[in-house]
Structures are given as structure tokens and as C-alpha cells.
Design a binder for this molecule. Structure first.
Ligand SMILES: [Fe+2]
Ligand SMILES: [Fe+2]
Length: 247
């Protein structure tokens, strides 16, 4: 059966109305689809500043009729996200979670480091990814989700703040051909490239698009609508992604 995974990122909830309105618009779109997504993936930067109230707001917005898979982003606080959004104990270690959806394993990983904007996979997280993939039943496809892109995406800021030990992840993935794709946020632009021979797919940001090097003041990214990605994984473990701007 084909897996339909909706993917949003970078809500940056703050005390203003813009972030709330754009998130609400995107989530209303998802709940009105004729085929309900099997799950929604949220690749971090849920809160712009990690106040408790922002995660309570996120919990309210993300109370949806399908599972929601969330990893922390560079603006998030792991412990607060755990406690107030996911209802877990507010521990401070990396938040790595395995979800099974329609026969697919989705590994939702923590690439954040408290106090730093750039991405890094701690040794314990790399070990967790490796062990989790090793333990999956044969013929189970997998998707890997994290906040930071592990490869250059040709945006100066995103490239500066990408995963700084991507080679460790690439080395690990060589042993795991079952990983059909890597799903990320953080770059604030919908996009597609490859990493370690797999599709690397970037969800658009809800709060605002990053001005790309080829943009001008007349194509100001601030005015671009929020967007969502739809990932489909079929019976042949082939990944197809559609990007949709929500005007
Ligand atoms: Fe962000
Ligand atoms: Fe970020």
C-alpha cells in the first residue's frame, strides 16, 4: 500500500498572528483532503523562541485526526517540546523516535545541539539510527527525518548551518539501502537534491521562504505563501514528492 506522508516545517510560532494564521491555513488544508494522510511530519522549528506557551499552542494546532511525527529544530527546546507538545518526560538528551506507518519505518531524529543553530548528529543518535535500521524486518523500507539538511542546498545561510558531520551519516547509510529518502526542514525553501545516493527532500517553511540567491527585491520571499510537501512511498519502495504552495 502506498504511504502518503504530509510534511510541514518551520512554523516558528511566536506571539504574533502571522505564524498562527499560516500554520492554521496549512493544517486546515491537510484535514480537508479527500484521502487523509497516513501521518504528518513536522521537521522542527515549531517555536521561534521556546516558551512553554508556544508548545501548548502547537499541541492545540497539531491535534489532528492522523498521527503527527515531530523532531526538534534549531529554535526549539528539546525538554519543553517533549513535555508540552509530545506529553513526554522533559529529559534533555536527543529526541529520536521510531514510527511504523503502513509498513514503512520512519526514523525521526534529533540533529540539534542546545545553544547552537547548526546541525550535528551525536554519536548516540548515529548509533540509534544504525541499530534501528539493522533491527527492522527484511523488506521494510525506511525514511529518515531530521531538521538540518546534510548536504548543500545552495542557500548561503542554510549551507552555513547544515549538518556538520554529514559524512558520518553518509557512511552509515551505505550499509542500509532500505532508506528510501531523507526528509528535512530548516532551509525555509521547498527543494530536492540527493545525499548518499538517496533523495534529499526539503519541506517549505510555513513562516516564510528564504530569499534565494537569484531572488530580487521584486520577488521578496516574505510574501510567498506557506507550503507543504507530500511524500508517497509505493509498493516498490519508490519515493515521489509533490510540493504545494498554499495560496
Ligand atoms: Fe526555521
Ligand atoms: Fe532551523
Amino acid at each position: 500500500m502506498t504511504l502518503l506522508l504530509a510534511h510541514i516545517s518551520d512554523l516558528h510560532l511566536d506571539e504574533g498572528t502571522r505564524a498562527t494564521e499560516r500554520a492554521t491555513h496549512a493544517l486546515n488544508h491537510l484535514t480537508q483532503l479527500s484521502r487523509r494522510p497516513d501521518a504528518l511530519l513536522v521537521t522542527g522549528d515549531v517555536a521561534h523562541t521556546p516558551a512553554t506557551a508556544r508548545y501548548h499552542q502547537a499541541a492545540h494546532l497539531l491535534d489532528l485526526p492522523f498521527p503527527v511525527l515531530t523532531c526538534p529544530g534549531s529554535h526549539d527546546d528539546r525538554a519543553a517540546l517533549r513535555q508540552h507538545l509530545l506529553g513526554l518526560a522533559p529529559t534533555t538528551g536527543p529526541l529520536n523516535q521510531l514510527h511504523h506507518l503502513n509498513g514503512t519505518a520512519v526514523l525521526v531524529c534529533d540533529s540539534t545541539t542546545p545553544g547552537r543553530e547548526g546541525g550535528h548528529l551525536r554519536p548516540s543518535t548515529l548509533m540509534w539510527i544504525n541499530h534501528t535500521l539493522q533491527e527492522l524486518p527484511e523488506n521494510t523500507p525506511a525514511l529518515l527525518a531530521l531538521h538540518h539538511p546534510p548536504a548543500r542546498v545552495h542557500h548561503p545561510l542554510a549551507d552555513h548551518l547544515r549538518l556538520d558531520n554529514a559524512q558520518d551519516l553518509a557512511g552509515l547509510l551505505r550499509a542500509h539501502p532500505r532508506v528510501a529518502g531523507i526528509l528535512v526542514g530548516h532551509a525555509h525553501t521547498g527543494g530536492a537534491t540527493t545525499f548518499a545516493g538517496r533523495p534529499l527532500l526539503l519541506a517549505p517553511a510555513l513562516i516564510r521562504s528564504a530569499p534565494m540567491p537569484w531572488d530580487s527585491e521584486h520577488t521578496a520571499a516574505m510574501d510567498q505563501p506557506p507550503g507543504v510537501a507530500f511524500h508517497l512511498l509505493d509498493d516498490e519502495h519508490r519515493l515521489t514528492t509533490h510540493f504545494r504552495a498554499l495560496v
